[in-house]
Design a protein around this ligand. Structure first.
Ligand SMILES: *Cc1c(COP(=O)(O)O)cnc(C)c1O
Length: 242
């Protein structure tokens, strides 16, 4: 298990996917998801050039981020990728630069209120469930292309969120179902991209970021337009939990 070698391999795969999709590699940001792994693993990844890291629990980040800061002078950008409970919003705001898991107007409104109060600005992504899997968090968007009522109510909610002060809505995030053939994730990623395009075109709100793709499916996500890939196991190895 060599973190630097793993990162080099991931970058090679990102480059290959970009080549297939006629994209420039600079349009794809690698986020190394360090959940369950110690600060020393994060430091090894920074030595290999990674500056963006993801965590999925506020409690874990609360102890890990200061420990990482104590070990490096490199300034890192932390992404909250896991489900965020409303009562943890304040802590998340101080720990993270970007929150990928905004899944309700209520949570966005709370983050906005706290951001204004603490004179901070925070980047947000709207987590969206386009596959319809019951186990997934996110704004429910399965069938959005056929269902005008669903689409309009989604766009209304997102427009209201985009107008809130103190927060900057940067795009959409999704998680594909777990499948045996990576190719089966393509319709999910393509749907999120079309939904983003539809939102931009009809509401005039820029949503440049598409956070999609994990260890098992990031090449397909990049082919379908991902601008952020969230990769854990391919960099840090298998997790014992979660
Ligand atoms: C754990 C996690 C990842 C990374 O998953 P891997 O399969 O280890 O690459 C990405 N996104 C979210 C939301 C996660 O919780």
């Amino acid at each position: 298990m060599n973190i630097a070698e793993n990162i080099a391999q991931v970058y090679t795969n990102i480059q290959d996917a970009c080549t297939r999709a006629h994209r420039d590699i600079t349009t794809v940001r690698l986020i190394a998801v360090s959940k369950t792994h110690p600060p020393e693993a994060v430091i090894k990844a920074t030595a290999a050039g990674v500056q963006h890291f993801g965590e999925n629990r506020v409690e874990e980040a609360e102890s890990k981020l200061p420990a990482v800061s104590a070990l490096t002078d490199v300034s890192l950008h932390w992404h909250m990728v896991g489900h965020l409970q409303s009562r943890k919003a304040k802590d998340a705001l101080t720990l993270f630069g970007t929150i990928h898991s905004v899944d309700s107007y209520k949570l966005a409104e709370k983050l906005s209120r706290l951001a204004v109060e603490h004179r901070r600005s925070i980047a947000l992504l709207l987590e969206t469930n386009v596959s319809g899997e019951a186990s997934k968090y996110g704004f429910q968007a399965a069938g959005w292309e056929q269902d005008d009522v669903l689409r309009e109510s989604l766009f209304d909610a997102w427009r209201q969120i985009a107008e809130l002060p103190g927060i900057e809505v940067r795009g959409l995030m999704t998680m594909a179902p777990i499948v045996t053939d990576m190719e089966d994730t393509r319709p999910v990623f393509a749907s999120l991209r079309r939904l983003r395009d539809a939102m931009q075109e009809t509401q005039g709100i820029a949503l440049p970021e598409l956070s999609m793709g994990m260890t098992d499916d990031y090449p397909v996500a990049i082919e379908e337009g991902a601008t952020m890939v969230r990769i854990g196991r391919a960099i840090f190895g298998e997790r014992n939990m979660r």
